[in-house]
Design a protein around this ligand. Structure first.
Ligand code: NAD
Length: 367
């Protein structure tokens, strides 16, 4: 039976396996523990380059299929992200189903750590949405397959400053491609989401003399950062309508969609948020057709994974920053490939990531 025919027949009867087949996921581990209330899913997308690394997200999913879809999509993104960043890591991700504010506990996190440990190093976990460094300390009590622990415990701590620096470097590469030089001085840049990454990015940009607009749902945070950096506050979704050169999404995913594309008047989109394109095929192409230069999210926000990878190999912040600086070169390489092949930057980034995995797989086969 042909693989596509096999996929179609599975799709109707077996939505989990067929979803795995669509993007060639290696493994899913379903975890349950009635004592602690833990319900978790670990997805391993690809381990050709190394162990699958990716954070654990705790989220109140409406149903199990939503959690499965999320963990499959996120783990695949991690494969591409690490490959492009030149790391010897595969892609994986975990989700814990539940409310992180009310259902998280030390036993639950430690039980999760035991499940991670049962994979014997094939999956390495870290923080993601709804999970704190303290939670990772509990996980660490049960497994060594964890990274992103606090600096006070010998870990690499908060990766956000490194992520922000990488985004800044990628944005400069975008400027170079679009305007012929790296300078962001005088450019009008809207940063949507001034959390851990966004606020560090705003500091780089205002220091360089960009005209920065900031947007967040947290007004107190907006006022404080505006006072500190001189950035101008824009409230609500008016951020999509302002006259700007660069839009930097640093809050949520899927903000590039039909509704926002008709409003955005920028030349460049480069920000930290994961999964910025609502539909990577439809909206990647729409950006190309509109002549907007888009820095693929999994390329430009790799600073975080670079930082936690460095923890695994003996943490050195200077090395991590140097590697994050290289996002500048990677960005230009991807833009050149996209132009040469007449494809979207998202597709070009994906192809380069996949090529590295395929090339290394061939080398691995040699004794
Ligand atoms: P964060 O939670 O610290 O900050 C997110 C900010 O976005 C918060 O200030 C929040 O109030 C704001 N926000 C939420 N909803 C919003 C909305 N509708 N409009 C405007 N603002 C809104 O997160 P972070 O660590 O800064 O990460 C930001 C993004 O970058 C996320 O998408 C994350 O997945 C991605 N990312 C982060 C890292 C990292 O190292 N932290 C690495 C890679 C990717």
């Amino acid at each position: 039976m042909e693989v596509t025919a096999l996929k179609d027949s599975h799709l109707a009867q077996n939505p989990v396996i067929s979803q795995m087949m669509q993007n060639n996921h290696e493994q899913i581990v379903f975890c349950n523990d009635n004592e602690t209330g833990l319900k978790a899913i670990i997805a391993i997308h690809n381990t050709v380059l190394g162990p699958a690394l990716g954070g654990t997200r705790m989220w109140n999913y409406t149903n199990e299929m939503e959690a499965i879809t999320d963990v499959l999509r996120l783990s695949r993104g991690m494969t591409y992200k690490s490959s492009l960043a030149g790391l010897n890591l595969g892609g994986g991700k975990a989700v814990i189903i539940g409310d992180s504010k009310t259902q998280k506990s030390e036993p639950l996190m430690r039980r999760f750590g035991k499940f991670v440990n049962s994979l014997a190093g094939k999956y390495i976990t870290a923080e993601d949405v709804g999970i704190s460094t303290q939670d990772m300390v509990y996980v660490k009590m049960e497994t060594d397959s964890v990274t992103g622990i606090p600096e006070s415990m010998g870990g690499s701590g908060d990766p956000s400053p490194v992520t922000a620096f990488g985004v800044y470097m990628g944005m400069k590469a975008c400027a170079n491609k679009r305007w012929g030089n790296d300078s962001l001085a005088g450019k009008k840049i809207a940063v949507q989401g001034i959390g851990n990454v966004g606020q560090n990015l705003v500091k780089y940009l205002t220091k360089e003399g960009a005209k920065v607009y900031i947007n967040d749902i947290n007004e107190e945070r907006l006022q404080a950062l505006s006072k500190e950096t001189g950035a101008e506050v824009v409230l609500g979704d008016a951020i999509y309508d302002i006259d700007m050169d660069i839009y930097a999404p640093c809050a949520l995913g899927a903000t590039i969609n039909d509704a926002t594309l008709s409003r955005l008047k920028c030349s460049i989109i480069s920000g930290a948020a994961n999964n910025q394109l609502l539909d990577e095929n439809v909206h990647g192409l729409a950006l190309l057709e509109k002549g907007l230069l888009y820095a693929p999210d999994f390329m430009i926000n790799a600073g975080g994974i670079i930082n936690v990878y460095s923890e695994l190999t003996g943490y050195n912040r200077d090395n991590a920053m140097r590697q994050a600086e290289n996002i500048y070169n990677t960005t230009l390489k991807i833009f050149d490939a996209a132009t040469a092949q007449g494809i979207t930057t998202h597709e070009a980034a994906k192809r380069i990531a996949i090529k590295r995995i395929d090339d290394i797989a061939k080398i691995r086969a040699i004794r």
